[in-house]
Each structure stands twice: as C-alpha cells, then as structure tokens.
Design a protein around this ligand. Sequence first.
Ligand SMILES: [Zn+2]
Length: 419
Amino acid sequence: MTRSRIGNTELISDLNNRLVLQAVRVAQPTFRAEVSRQTGLKPATVTSIVNSLIERQLLRETASPLPADTTGQRFGRPPLMLEINRDGKRILAIDLEPDHIRVGLADLLADMQVYREQPIDRFDNPDVILREVLQLCRTVLGTFPRKNLLGVGVSLPGLIDRQNGILLSSTNMPKWRNVPVATILQKELRAPVRVERAVHLAALYEMWSHPEHQNRKVLVISLRTGIGASLLLDGQLYVGAHGLDGEIGHTIVDINGRDCDCGSRGCLETFVGAPAIVARARALIADGKAKSLSDRTRGGTVNMPEALYELAREGDADCAHLVRDVGRYIGIAVANLINLLGPNEVVICGAIDAAEELILRAIREQVNQSALPRMRDGVVVRAAAEREKLPLLGAAVLIAQDLFELPELRHAEMPVASA
Ligand SMILES: [Zn+2]
C-alpha cells in the first residue's frame, strides 16, 4: 500500500505509531514521559498509542532497572518502562551473494535469532540456487508459525527492479537475467518479500545501528565477491538515478588493464574482486609460490580468498604480500572517494575477518599517501563490527523499518531502470 492511498487520519495515526516506536527503540527501556518529550506528542496521545501498540504486541512493559529510590519513588514499585517487544514478530532475512547464501530469522530489533549460511556456485542456474535458498529458509524457519512472520527482506547483487522484486542482471552471476526473485520466494514462503541492493542494505544497517550518523557523512564500502560503495548523507541514503550508484568496483584503475565482466577493462574489480583474487592466488601457486595456500585449498578454488586471508594473518609471506596489494588498490579507491566526497568516516564491510588488520592497515596507509591532507584529516577508516553480515542485517531492517519512523531511509520511490 502506498502512502498516498491511505486516508489522512490513518496516515497521521500511522506516522505517530512509527514516531513512538522509533523513540522507544533508540532509548529503550524508556518512560512514557520521555517518549512524549522526544516525539512532541501530548502525554494523553502517547498513552493511547502505547496502549494500542502493546495490544498489537509491538511494545511491552518492563520493570525499571533503576533502584526504587533513584526514580524518585522511595516506596512502592518503580513505574513500568517501555521497550520494543522484540519477540512480537520475526523477520526472515536473505542475503544472496554470488558465492554465498546467508539466511537469518531476526527479531523486531533486527537481531538474528537463527542463522545459517552455505557456499554456492554462482555459475549455477538461478532455479538451482533459489532452491538452495528456499531449503536454507526452511531450515532456519523450522516450525516457526508463518503468521508471525512480518516479512522477508532480500539482499541482491547487481541491477534490480526493487518495485517488482526482480534481479535484472549481475556481472558476477552471468545466468541471472530478469529473475522475479520476490515472486518466487513469496509463493513458497507465504509472506511479503522486498528486495534491495546489498550495498544499500549495508548502509541501511549502519544507519539503524548508529543514530549518530544522522548528522554525518559516512561512506560504506562493501568488499564481497564484488566491491561497492554507499553514501550516507546527513541521515539520508544517497541513491543515484535509476536506483544505481556506488559501483566503485567498475571505476577504471588501468586503462590498458584486463577485460572486466561488465564489458569495460581495467576496472578495480579486475584487481580486488573475489574472482581476481582467486586468479592471482592461482598464478602465485603456478609460479611455485604460496605452497601453504595450495596445500590448504588442495588445489581447488572454493574458499580460496578466505584461505588466503587466513594464511596472510598467520604470517605466510607470499599470501601477506598479495593481501597487502589488494588493500593498496582498495585504499586508492577509498582515497579517491575521500577526495571527491569528504566523508567523516569510512566503514568497511566484507569477508575480510581473517586478514582484517592487514587489509585495514594497507587501506589506511594508502589513504594517507593518496588523499588530500585537509580531506583525510580526522577521517576514521574502520571495519563494521558485523563484517560481511551487514547486508543480511540490512535486509531485516528493510522489513522492520515499515514499523519505525525512519523517513531518511526511505528511498523506495526512486524510479527504476528497466533492463
Ligand atoms: Zn567492470
């Protein structure tokens, strides 16, 4: 249902419900009086909204954690506080990455209660991969009653039609052309499905979990199979025309470089994308180097980047050299973005856990070398605490945000290009 179709009274009541839920979420547990102060709603209005939200099992009352005398009530019980009834509903979150699928069952605060992941072959047909996704969903859902499922949020790579839930194309998954992901999943899961690009969802979760980003410019860089960027601009998610932006993986770093799957050549992804890292690691092995990597992967390429990162951290010189080189290239892209956009903070998310310090150090060193001094001063470059799960968590927020007043995160009305 679009906002414009809701009647005026209903719209205001819907807005007030969201305001109250959001005020409770960021301050919980909190008192009704505080909610009234934060939202500017009259105490009587807050009481009536709170009662209806408790009835709908979205809010619940909880005993104050404060000792009775610090609440000003020396005698008797302290007044009840409010918190989100995180168990009132569940959200199914799916992250379809070219080499991995991740599925989680989240509560209303977007915390994962059940989680499963598995590697996939990105050259498989979409119907094969979607069957694996659905199987993982069934495992995660178990006996959970579908009527308590608020919705399903899906993180997708590549070019999407978010209104119709279609994956139009993905450079890293060449067989995916106009696949109606939402329709297929909705039919099986019997719950509303919404899709969004992975890198936007990573930024969405950053916003949700860091209210202080409201007044800051934050760059979120996603290092997964591909590499992307998203910009949070004083509490708004920047979205380009056609819903596309942040394709730093396809910015060109070598005009004479190798062909890229996107049709161009010398793109950053041909240096630091997962397939490029695998190719470079294989070339090392073919040269008789990185023997430990060849032993650990037993000549295969499954989990090759992860094995490479692990060995680099363990001190293998050849692996560490390659990982530092990857970090340098990413650092050049980050430095360019800092020069262009002047962010306060750069957040890196991705499957780099094992070699995080090595890669972060290389990125920071490159930023110090390449970004303009006045622009890089004070810019924090850090890894997201949630690592590669950021888009999955963002997929849960995509559904949860329908309940909370987060207008700055709404960009779904953007026009979308058709393939
Ligand atoms: Zn490219």
